[in-house]
Write a protein that binds this ligand. Sequence first.
Ligand code: F6P
Ligand code: MN
Length: 333
Amino acid sequence: MMLILHQDEKQPREGNTLQKQGDGMGKKTDEIVTLSQHLKRSGVDPDLRRLITSFAFVALDAQHQFPKYLRGTMGEPNKYGEAVARLDEWVNGYLCDRLIKTGLVRKIYSEELKEPLLGHGGAPFVVAMDPLDGSSNIVSNNAFGTIVGIYREDLPQKGRKLVAAFYKLYGPVNTFVYTAGSGTHEFVKHYDGLGNAQFLLLGENIRIPEPGEVFGLGGDPMDWSQAFLRFAKDLFKKERMKARYSGTFAADFSQVLHRGGIFAYPSTKKSPRGKLRLFYEAQPMAFIMEQAGGASWSGSGSLLDAVDKDVDARVPLYLGSKALVKKVKKALE
Ligand code: F6P
Ligand code: MN
């Protein structure tokens, strides 16, 4: 059943009355605020505002067409040697095409592009994205997402240079979580009375709970270092936390952001640089996490300070509640 919410209906949204700082849901608000209103009142500059809202709606339009591309893989693997689902290929093409049409993007780097795509020469922004994060979950209809980082300067760059980052989660409901450098904010898709989609504010200034209750750890435990294995055991035994791992970074990240805890795709014996990609996944999510009061670590410092000459580089990734990131550092350093 489709939820119809008229924008002028001042309905209290469920859950809001329970929200408080540090509960992972953001500041209590009964106001109905759209994404573009929020960006404007947060003082985000008009071009960036336009790019973020266009992206949110383009990703939404794309989702309407997902059912057509659910099955099949492309003949050729991507630049990482991984199989490319038909949906991966289609979403990448659709997002790139529509982004270029905004006239605001001069270059797009994507996990699914062998070479960056050139947009408009004088345009203000450079985009790095994972167009369809978690494609192994397409077949089972588990959540997957889109992860995006926006820079003014060309890559490679430190994550500190990000001007905005967001992820979209195509879950039971569609959420859009962004930061433009002043807090992390979450929106959810609704339809107004005319059937037009809107992203409405669900939680402002989300603060990740401390110490947190869930964790997701990627990779083969038999390939983890002894120190990381001990840390993982302690999460069960000492911290008494719950394991939650779906295999979609955006979805697993979202659990940690809202419930507190830690997500890691560590350095392993076979893959010392882990699996996740520095520019397409790690930097944007680290920005969102640190803006929500959490921490990130690459094995040598914040993920926002990690840099690599190779735009396709992978990076060991640890992020979540501050206390747990401190513990993983202590365990591995
Ligand atoms: O983008 C890579 C990715 O699909 C992430 O979304 C996810 O966290 C990870 O790979 C899952 O990897 P694995 O299948 O090794 O657990
Ligand atoms: Mn991914």
